[in-house]
Write a protein that binds this ligand. Structure first.
Ligand code: HGY
Ligand code: MN
Ligand code: MN
Length: 409
């Protein structure tokens, strides 16, 4: 049996450059918002590469893309992959690395004429980012059965456009499923998107779990009026109340170790210089590795929002994912792969949410990280070095072979 030792680093880095040109921003970043034309082009780039390799390509009812390399046991399969949608000010590696590294691993098997003991399935899940349509990790939530087709098709963006209408406009979806396969593991290679690996000068992170996430949108409703004529004591200024709430909420991480809180979007209405705002909406992104602490943080936020105010304050939950621990056998396979490839590694939890966190609910899952320069991600300056990219893909290849072939490696 050919022991495939490494990936073709040049081809992988070339593919990352090619994909980054789809949805390229003038500042060097990438914008492939879910179910946009650029997102479809990015998915078609991957689908045609899968077709060129002779893999069976499947697309499900929400647009999740799969490529299948049949193994000696066709039914049993190892899944690998990630997502190719990005945030609006995204980089070239978040998600794309996991999909293209999976493609590279499969291409190495095909070109060596290697028939894996289990089939290998590449997955590219739709709408992992959740910045246009919420919740995030939507494609893997649908695949794992946590969201219905109606939930997905009915989701709308800030302009009221639904995913269903975008899927029709782009003729993006299919009827396929993976019901005929028995997925025995899922492995995702991803950039760390934080500072841990770079600070420690370690090239590989083996991810043991992912912290929990809670998203909500708060709306403060007051009364518009003239900025010049309305006395200060006769205003119902939604901006004043919103800023007070934001100030109090921002103080929470000082009182709770490990809590990460982001108010990433604040929108005033009518947002005019000489009009008292009658409505302010803002988003809250809470993260914590401990489920009890995450619930406690949610309660503290609700306590602040429910305090008596002159304006009305409402909040709408947008996404909620529990912290997860990955399957020990997948974590071990990744550790073994890093060891046998000679890469120093550390075992860590993920600060960012990922498809693997959702898929852990239906398949034994795990992740492999590579360093992010400056710990930066969700920004156009996101960067990982070609050497680290090659290292991560080699460890992914090793983990796939370990999981598929077991000890006969
Ligand atoms: O928000 C997240 O952690 C992920 O990038 N969707
Ligand atoms: Mn990602
Ligand atoms: Mn992301």
């Amino acid at each position: 049996m050919n022991k495939i030792s490494s990936i073709n680093a040049q081809r992988l880095n070339r593919r990352l450059e090619e994909l980054a040109r789809i949805g390229a921003r003038s500042d060097g970043g990438v914008c492939r918002l879910a179910f946009s034309d650029a997102d479809l082009k990015g998915r078609n780039y991957v689908a045609s590469a899968l077709g060129d390799l002779g893999l069976e390509v499947r697309i499900d009812a929400v647009g999740n893309l799969f490529g299948i390399l049949k193994g000696q046991s066709v039914r049993k399969a190892i899944m690998c992959g990630s997502h190719t949608d990005t945030v609006a000010t995204g980089g070239r590696y978040d998600g794309a690395l996991g999909v293209l590294a999976a493609l590279e691993c499969i291409e190495r098997m095909v070109e060596e004429g290697f028939s894996p003991a289990q089939s290998i399935v590449l997955a590219s899940f739709v709408n992992e980012e959740g910045v246009r349509f919420m919740p995030d990790m939507m494609g893997s939530l649908y695949h794992s059965g946590s969201l219905t087709l109606e939930d997905v098709l009915g989701a709308t963006d800030k302009d009221g456009v639904s995913i269903g209408s975008e899927l029709n406009r782009l003729s993006y979806s299919g009827q396929d499923t993976l019901n005929d396969l028995d997925i025995t593991a899922f492995v995702e290679l991803h950039i760390e998107q934080g500072p841990v690996l770079e600070d420690a000068h370690i090239p590989i992170g083996v991810v043991s779990g992912v912290q929990g996430l809670s998203w909500q949108e708060v709306t403060v409703s007051g009364k518009s009026n003239h900025a010049g004529t309305t006395p200060m004591d006769r205003r119902l200024d939604a901006g004043v109340v919103a800023n007070q709430l934001i100030h109090e909420i921002h103080a929470l991480p000082l009182a709770m170790d490990g809590l990460r809180l982001t108010i990433g979007s604040v929108t005033y209405h009518p947002s005019l210089i000489n009009v008292i705002p009658n409505k302010v909406t803002f988003t809250i992104d809470l993260r914590h590795p401990n489920p009890t602490q995450l619930e406690q943080a949610e309660r503290l936020v609700q306590g602040i929002l429910q305090a008596p105010q002159p304006c009305t304050v409402t909040s709408k939950p947008l996404a909620r994912v529990d912290p997860c621990s990955f399957a020990p056998n997948v974590v071990e396979a990744a550790q073994k792969a890093a060891k046998s490839a000679g890469y120093p590694f550390t075992t860590m939890i993920s600060g960012a949410g990922h498809d693997a966190q959702i898929l852990q609910s239906c398949y034994p899952s795990g992740m492999i990280f590579i360093p992010s320069k400056g710990g930066v991600s969700h920004d156009v300056s996101e960067y990982s070095s070609p050497d680290d990219i090659a290292a991560g893909a080699n460890v992914l290849l090793g983990a796939l072979l370990e999981l598929s072939e077991g000890s006969h490696l």
